[in-house]
Design a protein around this ligand. Structure first.
Ligand SMILES: [Zn+2]
Length: 287
């Protein structure tokens, strides 16, 4: 009886902790959002922006709407991994663009998956005219294929300059799931940042890859994400989670039983944390 009571008290305490973090996040969200959409934050390289105690804004924000580009490898990456950031930034009036670098044709379902992608983006709040899906024979969905860093980087850079993008979100070196195509995008953007090819007012953020244990703790993982350092954190409220779930359900060709479990148990359906990418100045010379 005593053990049961102790467990119940611990659980209630944990729920109370979650509630406190939620409340704190809602209060901080306007400044967190403005900080990462702040035009001058990249001039001297990326500044580390603390998640929990952001400084008062002193830098100028964009006169027009901020433009955010999400770069993914396959249809469904946008909702499986990035739904919290896409939904929160979209609700904050940022113009969110999606560049998906393959049609996900590994099982010859590319045509169907293109349509599903548009449905998912609509659920997440990304209009169809801001969605670009690349179908290049050198960038096919295949975990055993190394995508060309040069080709991937040039496609991404063209998209950034065409749409005057201020903020790019993509995978980190772990690719969340370790998929080679995800990691290829990380390499391409790291290359662009390292050689100073990105525009002056464009920042890049990489989505943290977390351990498999943390990955499937659902919302109960939140305190760990909250207290570990990150440059940017997004947390979904229950009503916003419904949008993420709806986006996942639009990918009907992928709705196997384990995908349904993923919707319930993946922490990426509720929380995103990002690392800012240090950017070299453009006057670097290479010989
Ligand atoms: Zn993928």
């Amino acid at each position: 009886m005593f053990v049961l009571l102790s467990v119940a008290l611990c659980f209630l305490g944990y729920l109370f902790c979650l509630k406190l973090i939620y409340n704190r996040f809602w209060r901080l969200w306007p400044s967190l959002r403005n900080n990462i959409l702040c035009a001058s934050s990249r001039v001297e390289g990326v500044k580390f922006l603390p998640t929990r105690d952001p400084p008062e804004l002193s830098c100028k924000t964009y006169e027009n709407e901020a433009r955010v580009l999400l770069v993914t490898a396959h249809p469904d990456d946008e909702c499986m991994f990035f739904a919290p950031a896409v939904i929160k930034l979209g609700e904050s009036n940022a113009a969110v663009y999606l560049l998906c670098l393959s049609s996900g044709n590994y099982y010859n379902q590319g045509a169907q998956r293109k349509d599903e992608l548009l449905g998912s983006c609509a659920a997440l709040g990304i209009p169809a005219h801001r969605v670009t899906l690349i179908d290049n024979k050198e960038l096919q969905d295949d975990p055993n294929t190394e995508w060309s860093v040069g080709l991937t980087a040039s496609l991404i850079l063209k998209h950034i300059t065409t749409h005057s993008i201020h903020l790019v979100l993509t995978f980190d070196e772990g690719g969340v799931s370790g998929h080679a195509n995800h990691i290829a995008i990380y390499k391409a953007l790291s290359h662009l940042a390292f050689v100073g090819r990105l525009p002056e007012d464009c920042q890049v953020f990489f989505l943290h890859t977390i351990s498999i244990l943390r990955k499937y703790l659902s919302i109960f993982e939140l305190p760990i994400s909250w207290f570990l350092p990150s440059s940017f954190c997004c947390i979904l409220a229950p009503n916003e989670y419904k949008k993420a779930k709806e986006a996942m359900l639009r990918h009907r060709s992928q709705l196997l039983w384990f995908r349904r479990l993923y919707i319930l148990f993946s922490r990426y359906m509720f929380v995103n944390t990002f690392r800012a990418v240090p950017v070299e100045k453009k006057d670097l010379k290479f010989y």
